[in-house]
Design a protein around this ligand. Structure first.
Ligand code: MN
Length: 489
């Protein structure tokens, strides 16, 4: 994450004279260094410049736009920085923007405060001027307010940086599709051209036959090496090692194609496994564990979102993966969703050591596939779904509280996670359905609704959140009004 560099750009003007500007630059440098070293900050914040004229601001923005190593800009006004100076520059900005409304000093220094102090320390009104112009320009940006050494403030800045990493990843994301979407399914479809225009994603198809050729080309020695890794990381709970070996072949073959294409997400479908012996189960779970995105039944939107949210949450300790709402437990007062998939649940979500097992699939007409079976962790998290509303994309995020599954389900041969959607199962599922949320989601113990909201704002797409305080009537009204607002945009 540290390779993502954010530029700290401090607004000022020439009015104050060189001595004040020297102190501003010195302090800004000190702040950037201190913030960058703080454990709440996953990326790098480096002091870039104190900007004092329209030309300087425009030049910095142009440089930021074309410098691939710049992940975004954090602005702050130590002094007053008249905001008409910022119009031409901000109009050109193509990188995430965070307005950090802070102040060098925490307290008002009772004895020392005089007119020199007042000329130097003007963030309280400087940042209001700065805020006005971004609002007047209708500029999507984050505003963080608070003292720059405070834990909560730095946490917010750190999470915003993670959203910006998601923005940056999105711009060059490539999804490899093996086969098309599952026949007749609506929510996994969508406008791939619009997705590329809006989000930058390149979503293209490769022949399943080519994947089958790659699977057959994997050597026995390569399979042996991977089997040794499986034995170390998982409990092998099957005698059918031939089935496990086939998944190792699939893992290596899929990875080979993804690497060759520079892709970080993929989809497949059980309806198109031409030339393959098994639906990739363990193989897909392993690739997810490595940080790639995946969507089943051709669901390229969830594949890309899985990759993006994994990248945003790198280094956090929860886990993120592809998920599906499978079935409900509707005992009054003990209502839960059971989430799983045919096979492809990411082991980063596991509470314990996963077991490799081989069971029949009963769908797709192929050999019994090996897969990892485990229970998901308990804890708070989110589920996220991106849907194509026709003319626009909508990101739906719901808060969840996962529990260790309340029953053992010994005959269920797949990984499983159990959770309560907020505000409660009945209301939460109702709201999700009203918003058009898919059965496929990205489940994350790390991604917060604020991170996903910031990401959606950076991408310029609609954001809908369902949390513990969501009210059905207001929510329906929000969807209705959003529909009109987005048509006007
Ligand atoms: Mn599915």
């Amino acid at each position: 994450m540290k390779q993502y560099k954010f530029w700290f750009v401090v607004g000022s003007q020439h009015l104050y004279g060189p001595e004040v500007l020297r102190i501003v630059a010195e302090r800004a440098e000190e702040m950037a260094r201190w913030i960058s070293d703080n454990p709440n900050i996953p990326c790098t914040l480096s002091y870039k410049a104190t900007v004092k004229t329209p030309d300087e601001i425009t030049a910095i923005v142009k440089e930021a736009n074309y410098d691939d190593s710049c992940a975004g800009i954090v602005t702050w006004c130590h002094t007053f920085s008249p905001s008409k100076m910022w119009i031409n520059g901000l109009k050109l900005l193509q990188k995430p923007l965070c307005h950090f409304a802070t102040q060098y000093n925490r307290t008002i220094p009772n004895e020392e405060i005089d007119m020199d102090f007042m000329n130097l320390n003007q963030a309280a009104h400087g940042d209001r001027e700065h805020g006005f112009i971004a609002t007047r320009l209708r500029l999507g940006r984050k505003v963080i307010m608070g003292y720059w050494k405070d834990h909560e403030v730095l946490k917010e800045l750190g999470l915003w940086m993670r959203s910006a990493v998601g923005y940056n990843i999105s711009q060059s994301l490539k999804v490899v599709r093996f086969g098309d979407n599952m026949r007749q399914v609506a929510v996994t479809e969508g406008d791939k051209v619009e997705a590329q225009i809006k989000l930058g994603w390149q979503v293209n198809t490769w022949p399943v036959g080519e994947l089958a050729e790659q699977i057959n080309a994997v050597s026995e020695a390569e399979v042996d090496a991977l089997m040794a890794e499986y034995a170390e990381k998982y409990d092998i709970n099957t005698d059918n090692l031939a089935a496990v070996r086939y998944q190792a072949r699939e893992e290596l073959a899929i990875l080979r194609i993804l690497e060759r294409e520079g892709a970080t997400a993929f989809t497949n479908t059980f309806e198109d496994l031409y030339g393959m012996e098994q639906l990739p189960g363990l193989a897909t779970q392993r690739i997810l564990e490595r940080g790639y995105g995946y969507g089943a039944e051709g669901d390229w939107k969830v594949a890309a979102m899985t990759r993006i949210i994994k990248a945003m949450c790198e280094g956090m300790d929860g886990g993120t993966g592809f998920m599906e709402d499978y079935t409900y437990h509707l005992d009054e007062g003990m209502e839960y969703t059971l989430g799983a998939h045919m096979l492809e649940v990411c082991p980063t979500l596991a509470a314990g050591k996963p077991r490799i097992e081989v069971h029949p699939l009963g769908i797709g007409g192929k050999s019994d596939p090996a897969r990892l079976v485990f229970e998901g962790k308990a804890g708070k998290g989110t589920v996220t779904s991106l849907v194509d509303m026709g003319g626009r994309l909508r990101l739906i995020v719901q808060d969840i509280e996962a529990v260790r599954p309340i029953m053992s389900m010994p005959n269920l041969p797949v990984a499983r996670i159990m959770w309560k959607p907020m505000p409660d199962l009945r209301t939460g599922a109702r709201l999700w359905i009203l918003a058009g949320g898919a059965h496929h989601t990205v489940l994350s113990y790390d991604a917060t609704p604020e991170m996903l909201e910031d990401w959606a704002e950076m991408m310029g797409i609609e954001y809908v959140h369902i949390g513990k305080d969501t009210n059905v009537g207001l929510f329906k009204q929000q969807l209705f009004l959003a529909d009109m607002a987005w048509k006007l945009r």
